[in-house]
Ligand binder design. Structure first.
Ligand code: F6P
Length: 544
């Protein structure tokens, strides 16, 4: 770790300069920034891996950008990026390398970590996944009764679910429409019941996806799936034809009863929320085919190369990450809205929630001291234009500053009449309205009664990024995901936190394990929680 990252954030020269700069800029309106600088809308843009980022409608000047870039340098961003790509153990609290970037390196490259060429291992698994996907897609892989597989159900949660669901929805256009894909994550039995109620077990393949193969929700659903399949198929030998596993834990996979020949592995250097392009993407590969899956990986890789090699001032994820720090730490913005203007990307915000918040929701620095800044923002969003008719009111006229990312495509995959122009006109209109608003003079000039004028004024000065790509393809999707991954990395590096651990999810899991027997016991349990938890458990037992 570079020693510069150990200098407390607030004492770094760029941070100090940004504090003074913020005081001046806070009073400046985007209307004035644009009026005084006709080239702004073209200058404050960057391009890479097929993505175009317009960041001109942010509350920044060239000086802001220069200071933020200086902050990145003083925070050791370039060194830490190299350390990640080299396979250094930058996940300090788990003493692990962070190498999701190796998952998408081409076969021709090699990356040796602890004496092992991880790229060769990655491609070994990809080839096995491709063989399975081809066998299922061609009908060669048959179930217990000799029928081909028609239904694929991924059982997993968190990183072993959100990526696969998001990618399946995003790439539906490229998927096999004669196969059914479902995703079971919640331990609420409703999830399993609804996913399987209309399916025939002899045509169904379960992909049990769990990095650890110990996660309560996934193992509970996997056991239920096993019982469901056995009830219909009646014979233990059916399991081999209807269950495959994706995991790093071969021992638990075999204990569960899945032959490790039907297991697809990955490695402890892939974090759960960074794993959709590992074997965790098996359901995605079955849906879109090995070729399209490799295009997805190529999109990720192109953005990785962009992140690693492009100067910081033209580097998309660096710019986006720095802007997130700027709003969170200086403007006290608590959230970032991500609004994809694509129905196919409807699960993208949910996917980003884990990526961003499990990564950067941290309270101590890498060396264990309390952070002296804000850390990860709340990421959220919905596809446009739906969100406009729901919560955009608050973004336009509420009292909170909410920076938004608006994502749009040049061409639709479903050209019908003028739908796409209508959709995209809203992307541009929203960014324009947020930035420039509508003054009281403009409202009055429309003949608005004086009492109503204040209600109809739009203050504007609300920041947005617009991200454009030509078309939603597997390649574009890969680049888009990597864009946010590396933006998260940039933010975490500035804050000096470990973006790759997730200790904050542990306590609830431990407490739930203690409560399970108290809910299930026949005798009245001796409850030793606080008075509220005791009362809630008693009430539940009475209702049960
Ligand atoms: O509880 C959080 C978490 O550990 C996530 O980080 C992870 O993606 C998810 O649970 C699922 O874990 P696994 O893949 O090991 O089942």
């Amino acid at each position: 770790m570079s020693t510069t990252t150990m200098i407390p954030l607030r004492t770094r020269p760029a941070w100090r300069a940004l504090e003074t700069h913020y005081e001046e800029l806070d009073k400046v309106h985007l209307r004035d920034l644009f009026a005084g600088d006709p080239g702004r809308g073209e200058r404050l843009t960057a391009e890479g891996a097929g993505l175009y980022l317009d960041y001109s409608k942010n509350r920044i000047t060239d000086e802001t950008v220069a200071l933020l870039l200086q902050l990145a340098e003083e925070s050791g961003l370039s060194e830490r990026t190299e350390a990640m790509f080299r396979g250094d153990r930058i996940n300090v609290s788990e003493n692990r390398s962070v190498l999701h970037v190796a998952l998408r390196m081409p076969k021709s490259e090699s990356l040796v970590v602890d004496g092992v060429d991880v790229v060769a291992e990655v491609h070994g698994v990809l080839d096995r996944m491709s063989a399975l996907a081809d066998r299922i897609r061609s009908g060669e892989w048959t179930g217990h009764t000799g029928k081909p597989i028609r239904n694929v159900i991924n059982i997993g949660i968190g990183g072993s679910d959100l990526g696969p669901v998001m990618a399946y929805e995003a790439l539906r256009h490229y998927s096999r429409r004669d196969l059914v894909f479902r995703f079971v994550s919640n331990v609420d039995s409703t999830d399993f019941a609804e996913a399987t109620r209309d399916l025939a077990a002899d045509e169904t393949l379960f992909v049990i996806s769990s990095k650890t193969f110990t996660t309560l929700e996934t193992m509970t659903n996997a056991r239920t799936a096993r019982e469901w399949a056995l009830a219909a198929l009646g014979d233990e030998s059916a399991i081999a034809k209807h269950f495959v596993a994706v995991s790093t834990n071969a021992e638990e996979v075999s204990k569960f009863g899945i032959d490790t020949d039907n297991m697809f592995g990955f490695w402890d250097w892939v974090g759960g929320r960074y794993s959709m392009d590992s074997a965790i993407g098996l359901s995605t590969m079955i849906a879109v085919g090995p070729g399209a899956f490799r295009e997805l990986l190529a999109g990720f890789h192109e953005l990785d190369v962009h992140f690693r090699t492009t100067p910081l001032q033209r580097n998309l994820p660096v710019l986006m990450g720095l802007l997130a720090v700027w709003y969170g730490d200086f403007f006290d913005a608590q959230t970032v809205g991500v609004m994809p203007y694509s129905q196919y990307l409807k699960r993208f915000p949910a996917y980003l929630q884990q990526l961003t918040m499990e990564s950067n929701g941290k309270h101590v620095t890498l060396d264990g001291r309390a952070v002296d800044s804000q850390t990860g923002a709340v990421y959220w969003g919905e596809p446009g234009t739906n969100g406009q008719h729901s919560f955009y009111q608050l973004i336009h006229q509420g009292t909170k500053l909410i920076p938004v990312d608006l994502i749009g495509f040049g061409r639709t995959l479903n050209p019908i009449r003028d739908h796409h122009d209508l959709l995209m006109s809203n992307v541009f209109a929203q960014a324009e309205a947020l930035a420039f608003g509508k003054t009281d003079a403009e409202v009055r000039a429309e003949g608005t009664p004086e009492a109503i004028v204040p209600h109809r004024v739009f203050e504007g000065n609300r920041p947005s990024n617009v991200i454009l790509a030509e078309k939603l393809t597997p390649h574009t999707l890969g680049a888009l995901i990597a864009l946010y991954e590396h933006s998260v990395f940039t933010q975490g590096t500035i804050w000096g936190i470990d973006s790759f651990d997730q200790w904050g999810v542990e306590l609830g899991k431990v407490l739930a394990k203690r409560i399970i027997p108290e809910l299930e016991s026949i005798d009245e349990p001796d409850l030793r929680h606080d008075s509220s938890t005791n009362a809630l458990i008693r009430r539940y037992r009475a209702m049960r």
